[in-house]
Design a protein. Structure first.
Length: 742
């Protein structure tokens, strides 16, 4: 084992990164802003970026929260504060009046759901700062002093991208300094300097205290700066590289979310909600498997490091021991998974990820509440007729359907006596047609391994059997759904609510997935999705999120075990570097796990009708007509190209077989004992037994290959057996009255 040389007088260096960052931001932020104002003004947009960066730096060290703003074309989105306090109405009126009075402002609308003033300006723009106008209007209208404001951040805010970019830039700079320092053999400070920011960042119990004080954005920026500074001061290229990769992924995530916001911004600006309170979302989720492990393992590691330090009286050994036990790969895996989910949802499903942190919480979901309206389309149909004999059912159904088509019936039960020609007894149910992906969503929710509940709505029909619990209707549907979420949240569970833009009641769901209906967005949702296939994809990611969290825990244990071996005198290597390598592995594993979610094919859509409950005439009316027969016969294949077609089929079959074999190998190596064996092999190599490590690795790979080959052979044989037993079907290829069959 090797240690970096220690320096005298290290007591004050323990908290050096945090103290240096705080001093630079608080004491130098305002001065630097004033000095560089003229220079920044010469570059279009640079002044805004500079102000935003300085404001976020001050926020990150405990100063006033930076006001969130964004612009898109001739529209400005400006955060309005105080909309949840006693002066909310007065502040709203004063802000609107003040901004509308500014020359150059053509329109101003207050969106209270996201605490934003949406201002439309003339081409020349207003001469004065609209942010300053809003700030002054809030001050005049406020009668009650407020504590530190918790900002409501949107993906289009300039502060999000600027803060992420500053963090990535700091990490890249630290990587360059560390590489240069290593190249010239510059002695760095002992690793004891990195202990405080590392422990505070990766032990959730400690980090959450800072999140409550600084918010998620401020906390992320604080740790990006302190971790980068610590990596540069200790001349640790591996630590700086891990930090740079992680911050780069977060910056790309912010950019993807910002692009999605730009695509949706015009619709969002044109459809503000009426009234309501700002939906701040969940700041801190209940601990998941990764956080529970990090809390336990982090404190145990700190205690062990303190004991080692007391016995050795060596600050280098103490710092290295504390860093070796830091659960950094666990959090890195979860963060990378969230970045991959944001990338896939925005690019593949056009989802607006309002709060990306909810994608990091998919591994701890306990209950999924599905609003029945999320499973319906806008089309109404007759779904049930009861209280009539079978001989009169078709007549009553047709009369009710005619009345519905004529616009005389709405959703709900209707007495047949009020419908002309339907009979004197019985009732008809009018309900929306189910979405073609409704069954797939309910099935996927059950496959996620959590409790699935909804409200007992007649329109669910056969879907009702797919829920664990159906709560009775108490009042309006909005109030019932909100009450169900309230009851489940009070039990300490993490609740996912799948709802639509029709949901107007306030609720306490940890994660809200809102489906857009027409042009009206579901304000207050954490994830705004266009349709049910996007919901299916999010539900599909829940098992993958739990697997990624478990993988992060395994990487933390393995890297810490290998790093602990490197602490033994005489063993080659440096302990914290093993943990940093585990972080890079966790980033790759998490991003790969999130990306694989989007490689799976969407389920086939299903008809939204319960065919068994419909009369034969209604089934014939609703069934789709077959496509017309082809006008020209198919061109026969060219016999001269037969060798090329044969080679193409052989290559395709070989590629498919190789892909299946790789998938089976991956599944075999995903066994829980694989990380243990791999860790043991690496430990054997470190301790001077490379032959033992090679034997363990070879046996592991050979066993996985043999198991994969046997599994593939069994599956191929089973497919051939099933193909023989499948009966042939007769298919019509022409009109219904044409006797041609295929």
């Amino acid at each position: 084992m090797s240690f970096r040389p220690g320096l005298p007088g290290l007591g004050g260096l323990l908290t050096a990164p945090i103290r240096l960052t705080a001093a630079a931001a608080l004491l130098g932020g305002g001065t630097a802003l004033r000095v560089g104002e003229r220079a920044l003004g010469a570059v279009p947009g640079a002044r805004t970026v500079g102000r935003t960066a300085a404001g976020m730096a001050v926020e990150a060290v405990g100063g006033p929260a930076h006001r969130r703003t964004s612009r898109r074309g001739n529209r400005r989105w400006i955060e309005v504060r105080g909309l949840t306090g006693p002066d909310a109405d007065a502040i709203a009126e004063e802000v609107l009046a003040s901004v509308r009075a500014v020359p150059g402002v053509t329109d101003a609308v207050l969106n209270r759901a996201v605490a934003r003033l949406v201002v439309t300006v003339a081409p020349g723009g207003p001469a004065e700062s609209l942010t300053a106008v809003v700030t002054e209007a809030e001050r005049r209208a406020r009668t009650v002093p407020v504590h530190r404001h918790r900002p409501l951040t949107l993906p289009g805010d300039d502060s999000v991208l600027v803060a992420r970019a500053v963090g990535a830039g700091a990490a890249a700079l630290a990587l360059g300094v560390s590489l240069a320092g290593s190249a010239i053999r510059l002695p760095g400070l002992p690793d004891l300097v990195s202990v405080v920011p590392t422990v505070a960042d990766h032990i959730p119990m400690v980090r959450h205290h800072l999140v409550r004080r600084l918010g998620n954005s401020g906390t992320d920026l604080l740790f990006s700066l302190t971790n980068s500074l610590a990596a540069a001061l200790t001349v640790s290229p591996t630590s700086a590289a891990a930090e740079a990769v992680a911050r780069g992924m977060l910056t790309v995530e912010a950019w993807n979310a910002r692009l999605a916001w730009a695509r949706h911004e015009e619709v969002l600006a044109q459809n503000p909600p009426e009234g309501g309170d700002p939906a701040l979302g969940t700041a801190i989720f209940a601990a998941g498997p990764g956080e529970e492990f990090a809390n336990r393992f982090g404190w145990i590691g700190l205690s062990a490091a303190a004991l080692i330090g007391a016995l050795s009286r060596n600050p280098s050994i103490t710092g290295a021991a504390a860093l070796v036990t830091a659960p950094k790969p666990a959090r890195a895996t979860r963060e990378a998974f969230g970045c991959a989910m944001t990338r896939g949802l925005t690019s593949r499903h056009d989802v607006l990820v309002v709060r990306p942190r909810v994608l990091r919480a998919l591994d701890r979901v306990d209950v999924i509440v599905i609003d029945p309206r999320a499973l319906y389309t806008d089309e109404l149909t007759i779904t049930r007729v009861r209280g009539v004999s079978n001989s009169h059912r078709t007549k009553a159904w047709q009369a009710a359907q005619f009345a519905l088509d004529d616009g005389r019936l709405g959703p709900g039960w209707h007495k047949l006596s009020t419908i002309r020609g339907a009979g004197r007894t019985g009732e008809a149910l009018v309900s929306p047609v189910r979405d073609p992906f409704a069954t797939a969503v309910v099935t996927e929710a059950r496959r996620a391994g959590v409790r699935v509940v909804s409200v007992d709505d007649d329109g669910l029909r056969s879907l009702a059997q797919g829920f664990d619990t159906l709560f009775p209707m108490t009042g309006s549907l909005d109030d019932t759904v909100a009450g169900v979420v309230e009851r489940l949240s009070a039990q300490g569970t993490t609740v996912v609510l799948v709802t639509t833009a029709d949901m107007a009641a306030a609720h306490r769901a940890g994660i809200t997935i809102g489906i857009t209906r027409g042009s009206v967005p579901p304000w207050g949702a954490d994830l705004i999705v266009p349709d049910l296939p996007a919901v299916w994809r999010i539900l599909r990611a829940m098992p993958a999120a739990r697997a990624a969290s478990n993988r992060g825990v395994q990487l933390s244990l393995s890297s810490s075990a290998i790093g602990a071996l490197m602490l033994i005198p005489g063993v080659p290597g440096y302990g914290p570097e093993a943990v940093n390598a585990g972080v890079l592995g966790g980033l790759w594993a998490g991003f790969n796990a999130g990306s694989r979610v989007f490689g799976e094919t969407l389920p086939a859509p299903e008809p939204g009708h319960d065919w068994y409950a419909l009369p034969a005439a209604e089934v014939q009316r609703l069934l789709p007509r077959p496509p017309p027969a082809p006008g020209e016969p198919a061109v026969p294949p060219n016999p001269l190209l037969a060798p090329a077609r044969l080679a193409g089929r052989a290559a395709s079959a070989t590629w498919s077989l190789a892909g299946e074999f790789a998938g089976e190998m991956r599944a075999s190596l995903a066994d829980p004992i694989t990380p243990i064996l791999a860790t043991g092999a690496v430990a054997s190599a470190i301790l001077g037994s490379p032959l033992d490590a090679a034997l363990v690795g070879g046996v592991l790979l050979a066993n996985a290959a043999l198991s994969s080959e046997q599994q593939l052979h069994a599956e191929r044989v089973l497919r051939r057996l099933l193909a023989v037993q499948e009966p042939l079907a007769r298919r019509r290829v022409g009109p219904l009255d044409d006797p041609l069959n295929d």
